[in-house]
Design a protein around this ligand. Structure first.
Ligand SMILES: [Zn+2]
Length: 318
């Protein structure tokens, strides 16, 4: 009897040990990725909560301690997602969260509550539920969420004082509709299919089948082909997601993104960063995302820094 009890006891201990090992393996993974970026930024951990300068103006270019630190939450990237956010369970959604997800932890604005919008009515319902503003910036009328627009105007002013300018690349550099993301997607997918049929890597029948699918249905099909090296970015050497966003996933839909004409100028990139505008999609060099905090807060949002083409990109630390 006693032996049986001991066996039961040991089994229980073993199960608990096993479970906690799995848990901590998972936890370690999160922690490991969570701690790595801390090394890329320097001063964050020593930022004292008592460092209370006057809160407010993000326009103030002094960098440390003047951002609303109370807005960032512990728990890394997932802990900073908006409440009610629909975590994607499918592979397309998970991939897009990893690739484009920085905007979901932006502060002082309304990020989308899910990763992929499925149609125009979902997009317009989201867009009309945000606080947004239209402005003429450098001769181009653009629309952004109001906090993003205000920060942009402050950046434009700071740039002016330094004899620099910050202007949109073209008319669709900020807000986009669902249909615009479909059109952009098709502008790569359709010629890509022709290209790969010509190379004998896809049959005409397969190309026709993919072309006939809805934009949303095409996304996993294109990703599947790209896993085999059949790429759809311009030039067909790189993944399409560094060229155009899959339908319904563009950060431009969120009105938190801007394609900037002067993106090659490091001084311009610095001014934008001073006002909460950062780069978050590696390889998409003209593309900036409003995150609403200063650079030393970005790791607290659960983002990590990746250097590409000599510039920092902030991506979800997942
Ligand atoms: Zn863009």
């Amino acid at each position: 009897m006693k032996i049986i009890k001991q066996i039961l006891f040991l089994t229980a201990i073993f199960s608990v040990g096993f479970l906690s090992a799995c848990w901590s393996a998972d936890g370690n993974r999160t922690n490991r990725t969570g701690s790595s970026p801390t090394s890329t930024t320097t001063t964050t951990s020593s930022a004292t909560p008592g460092g209370s300068k006057t809160p407010a103006n993000s326009s103030d270019s002094t960098k440390v301690n003047n951002t609303p630190k109370n807005e960032t939450k512990s728990g890394g990237f997932q802990g900073n997602l908006p409440s009610g956010f629909q975590m994607p369970t499918d592979s397309v959604g998970q991939k897009m969260l990893r690739e484009y997800g920085a905007m979901f932890v932006a502060k002082g604005v309304t990020p989308p509550g899910k990763v992929v919008f499925n149609n125009e009515s979902e997009v317009s319902a989201f867009q009309s539920g945000t606080q947004k503003t239209s402005e003429n910036i450098g001769g181009v009328t653009i629309e952004l969420q109001t906090a993003a627009m205000n920060a942009l105007k402050e950046a434009v002013n700071e740039a002016k004082g330094k004899n620099l300018s910050i202007t949109p690349r073209n008319a669709d550099s900020a807000k986009r509709s669902y249909q615009q993301t479909v059109d952009n997607w098709k502008s790569r997918v359709d010629p890509g299919l022709v290209f790969w049929v010509g190379k004998g890597r896809i049959t005409q029948a397969d190309a026709n089948r993919i072309k006939a699918l809805s934009a949303t249905e095409q996304i996993p099909e294109i990703f599947k082909l790209e896993e085999q090296g059949i790429f759809f970015a311009q030039g067909n050497q790189k993944t399409i997601i560094y060229s155009v966003a899959p339908p319904g996933t563009s950060q431009h839909i969120s009105m938190l993104a801007l394609d900037v004409a002067q993106f090659e100028n490091p001084a311009v990139r610095q001014v934008l960063a001073n006002h909460g505008w950062f780069q978050t999609v590696p390889s998409d060099l003209p593309h900036f995302t409003y995150l609403g905090v200063s650079e030393n807060e970005l790791t607290n949002l659960g983002l990590k820094k990746v250097i590409e083409s000599g510039r920092p990109f902030w991506v979800p630390n997942l």
